[in-house]
Write a protein that binds this ligand. Structure first.
Ligand code: HEM
Length: 403
């Protein structure tokens, strides 16, 4: 779609191809300057929605009780009308029910509870990277990045090794696609497969509890009432959905950005820049989850626009993270950037439950690269992901050398 009358607002933010065919950073820069809040016109198949692009507005609205997550927190789902998991899955539950469920799940996500999982993340990174160093050209996405987040979440949930490949495939289809021709139906049936899988596993853990997050949820109560197997299943699904592709994309983006910015790679490799600071810049730079979606439950005014109860409101992290009023020279990859209060993990009550784990995965990767690799080269074009939600690549042909 390109309508000169709409000026900078002319890009179709529903169409996944928009994010591959355009320089979205130029688009967002113009939007922030000229139309920081605007109404994205309805199309034949979709209703319209509000687009919020400036850091300050996005950050404020993450806290605003006038916005609900219960109809969904991703644009595609909200445009279809409803999230069937609303009110039972953490990310799409509001208010006191959200707080109670979050407190319950949070106990499995403290740095202390995650100690062993994080140790395994480091071991897995070391093993995977050492298997590709000096081995010629390989796809970093398939050989390394694909293997870490899913296995980490599956460790948390004690998912049998033999089932992990299926889960990875379904999850890739549920959020985005390798192919430009993939349909909504493919995504829907992939989501169903994941849910059904976890219903079976939840029933099994009720009968045979172990030392894992599913068993913890299976034995837990909220207000004296046990969670149903469906509630357990959607919350396991939420961990996979929230934690797999986002982490995988950050890892791929990290390697690509380090190859494209050799001075930054050198600074990291020689210890001139701190790994934790590098992790934050990778997260800002990559912004794997481009937006979150909400639905207004009250009327309110925003930059002179009247938002009505029932309107869909989208908060664009990818734009906020490149807002030049907060991040000087935002399209410069600067590992030592400080302060770096990016919104890649969201903000407010729904702040990412897996943020500690997501950071730990990236830290393990960067630490391993600096320990084992001296030279990284690109060997082909990375393949972009088609999605209006996640942004990045799903292949990355590279070569790693040591010594
Ligand atoms: C929430 C991003 C890793 C589980 C969120 C939100 C964002 C986000 C933006 C807020 C959603 C909203 O406000 O509607 C990311 C990124 C990650 C990452 C960029 C990696 C780099 C993980 C991991 C897990 C996870 C590893 C779990 C294993 C969740 C859950 C929520 C969430 C359960 C919902 C929290 C709530 O509603 O209270 N994530 N995430 N995420 N994330 Fe992550």
């Amino acid at each position: 779609m390109s309508d000169p009358a709409l000026g900078v607002r002319s890009l179709d933010l529903v169409n996944p191809a928009t994010f591959v065919d355009n320089d979205v950073h130029v688009f967002w820069r113009d939007v922030r300057a000229e139309s920081p809040v605007y109404w994205h016109e309805a199309t034949q198949s979709n209703p319209g929605f509000w687009v919020v692009s400036r850091y300050a507005d996005v950050q404020t609205l993450y806290h605003d009780a006038s916005l609900s997550s219960e109809r969904g927190n991703v644009l595609d789902v909200v445009l279809r009308g409803n999230d069937s998991a609303g009110g039972s899955m953490l990310a799409v539950t509001d208010g006191p029910s959200h707080r109670k469920l979050r407190n319950l799940m949070f106990s499995a996500f403290t740095p202390r509870a995650l100690g062993e999982v994080v140790t395994n993340v480091q071991l897995r990174s070391t093993e995977l990277v050492s298997s590709v160093v000096g081995a010629g050209a390989f796809d970093f996405a398939a050989e390394v990045a694909d293997q870490i987040p899913m296995n980490t979440i599956c460790d948390l949930l004690s998912v049998p090794l033999s089932d992990r490949r299926d889960l990875l495939q379904w999850n890739k289809m549920a959020l985005s696609s390798d192919r430009a021709d993939s349909t909504d139906l493919d995504a829907l049936s992939a989501r169903n497969e994941i849910l059904l899988y976890f219903v079976d596993l939840a029933e099994d853990r009720r009968r045979n509890p172990g030392d894992d997050v599913i068993s913890m949820l299976a034995g837990a109560e909220v207000d004296g009432v046990p969670l149903t197997v469906e509630e357990i299943a959607v919350n396991c699904y939420s961990l996979i959905l929230g934690g797999d592709e986002t982490s995988r994309i950050s890892a791929i983006c990290a390697v690509l950005a380090l190859i494209e910015n050799p001075d930054q790679w050198e600074a990291l490799r020689t210890g001139a820049v701190d790994v934790d600071s590098a992790v934050e810049e990778v997260l800002r730079w990559a912004t794997p989850g481009m937006h979150v979606a909400r639905t207004a439950v009250d009327d309110f005014e925003l930059h002179g626009h009247q938002v009505r109860a029932g309107d869909i409101v989208t908060l664009w992290n990818i734009s906020a993270n490149n807002d030049e009023s907060v991040f000087p020279e935002p399209r410069r990859f600067t590992l030592s950037r400080s302060p770096n209060k990016h919104l890649s993990f969201g903000h407010g009550p729904h702040y990412c439950l897996g943020a500690f784990l997501g950071r730990a995965e990236l830290r393990a990767l960067l630490t391993t690269l600096t320990a084992q690799v001296t030279r990284m080269d690109l060997c082909g074009k990375p393949r972009p992901i088609y999605s209006n939600f996640v942004c990045g690549y799903d292949t990355l042909p590279v070569r790693f050398e040591s010594g």
